[in-house]
Design a protein around this ligand. Structure first.
Ligand code: OGA
Ligand code: MN
Length: 245
């Protein structure tokens, strides 16, 4: 797919000539541009998409402290190291990865996952158990896909560890509508509602890893992903495992 042309920062915003003469106004002008363009870690095809998805594709940079990042990666490393990176068929969604479904966590990690739960999910949302841990090698990437509605409900929340990466969302019916999320190590992203159902998401491979003009070199990246359960198999159905996060 051809990369959509990014929206020029502040495109369409009338430039007041007075801004040149009044430094205070120049400052507030920048604030207006930032509000229209979205936060510095989210870019979009147009202001309409940015504002529509403001609460549905969310990035919280620095969600984890350095100590919390360390806690998670130390705990995950031995389990991941036992597995081999997989290079699947051409049509598989994920390339150069190893993964695990983890249900038993240290107390420190449980506290972190509890924070994710509180930040991303409503009190009535039951979570898929166990938590999905995905380790992408530096050449690894995730092709555009929509998570299966059979296994995943309305909300997906992911912590990123080790390497920065770019997640791109593209509307399934209107491919001109897109968002890019800059996922720094220690950040949390949340996809819900339309961003989760109507847009595909992908993690760009190293060669294509740009956030706008900004090159985002890819190294090894680990993500820790919590998902809500589909509504119809949520609370009330017998035999459901307890929530994980
Ligand atoms: C997935 C996925 C994103 C990530 O496993 O379905 O989209 O952050 N992962 O690793
Ligand atoms: Mn996915």
């Amino acid at each position: 797919m051809e990369k959509p042309q990014p929206m020029a920062l502040g495109g369409g915003v009338p430039q007041s000539p007075r801004r040149c003469h009044y430094p205070a106004m120049a400052g507030s002008g920048r604030l207006v541009l930032r509000a229209l363009a979205g936060p510095a870690w989210v870019r979009g095809s147009d202001p309409g998409v940015l504002s529509r998805l403001r609460d549905e594709a969310v990035v919280r940079p620095g969600f984890l402290s350095a100590a919390e990042e360390e806690t998670l990666s130390r705990e995950l490393e031995p389990e991941l190291r036992r597995r081999r990176y997989e290079y699947d068929h051409w049509d598989a969604a994920i390339h150069g990865f190893r993964e695990t479904e983890k249900s038993r966590w240290s107390e420190a990690s449980r506290a972190i996952l509890q924070r994710v739960r509180a930040a991303a999910f409503g009190p009535d949302q039951a979570l898929l158990s166990p938590v999905h841990v995905l380790d992408l090698e530096p050449r690894g990437y995730i092709k555009p896909h929509v998570d299966s509605v059979k296994f995943c409900g309305a909300t997906i929340a992911g912590l990123s560890l080790l390497s920065p990466s770019v997640m791109r969302l593209v509307h399934a019916q209107e491919p001109r509508e897109w968002l890019e999320l800059l996922l720094e190590p220690g950040s949390l992203y949340i996809l819900r509602g339309s961003a989760r159902y109507d847009f595909s998401h992908e993690i760009l491979r190293d060669e294509e890893s740009f956030f706008g003009e900004q090159r985002v070199p890819r190294g090894r990246r680990i993500s820790v992903i919590c998902r809500s359960l589909p509504e119809e198999v949520g609370p009330g159905r017998p035999g459901q495992p307890p929530t994980a996060c």
